[in-house]
Unconditional design. Structure first.
Length: 184
């Protein structure tokens, strides 16, 4: 009889432990499915973009794809640095908001009533992103598509390179020509 009592106690403990694991495994959060807030704001492939225009107040820059090559068309007219342009463009077309405000109401508080920054992508699916004020912590901007109602909070670093184009156009960087240095 002593063996039966010990076996029964072990079965009860095992059932309690199994029930505990089962209950907490079911209530554990599952892998989240992507929501609209996690999807890119601009839904277009890089290959479908034929031109990009950035306006930042009174400064602007523009690039255009012609015959497979990128050209800077504003502020100067010169061949562009394809890797810099496509890196920046890649960040823009994959730009996912940190947060989305579906019913923003008055846009003045977001700096979107008359935004000073606009980023326009031209091509098969043209998009105009209006960028407003920075968030209170300065780490993000408020933005919305010209044809959209929602206001998105986007990270500052995601558009930093595009904004830099207005003062440092995406032109190829000169490569120094190697030359021999005489030994002493």
């Amino acid at each position: 009889m002593k063996g039966f009592g010990l076996s029964a106690a072990l079965v009860i403990v095992a059932l309690a432990l199994g029930g505990f694991v089962w209950y907490f495994d079911l209530s554990a959060p599952k892998t989240p499915t992507p929501t609209a807030a996690q999807r890119p704001i601009i839904d277009v492939a890089i290959e479908q973009v034929s031109a990009v225009r950035v306006n930042d107040g009174w400064k602007s820059a523009a690039v255009e794809r012609k015959d497979g090559a990128w050209l800077v068309t504003e502020p100067v007219q010169e061949p562009g640095d394809a890797s810099r342009i496509e890196d920046t463009l890649g960040r823009l077309v994959r730009l996912a908001p940190m947060r989305t405000i579906d019913a923003p109401g008055d846009l003045t508080g977001y700096g979107l009533e008359a935004p000073t920054i606009t980023i326009e992508l031209q091509g098969s699916a043209p998009s105009l992103l209006r960028v407003g004020a920075k968030t209170p912590d300065g780490a993000a901007y408020y933005a919305r598509l010209a044809d959209g109602a929602a206001v998105h909070v986007i990270p500052s670093f995601a558009i930093a390179d595009a904004l830099r184009w207005t003062t440092d156009p995406p032109l190829p960087r000169p490569t120094p020509t190697p030359r021999p240095i005489p030994a002493p």
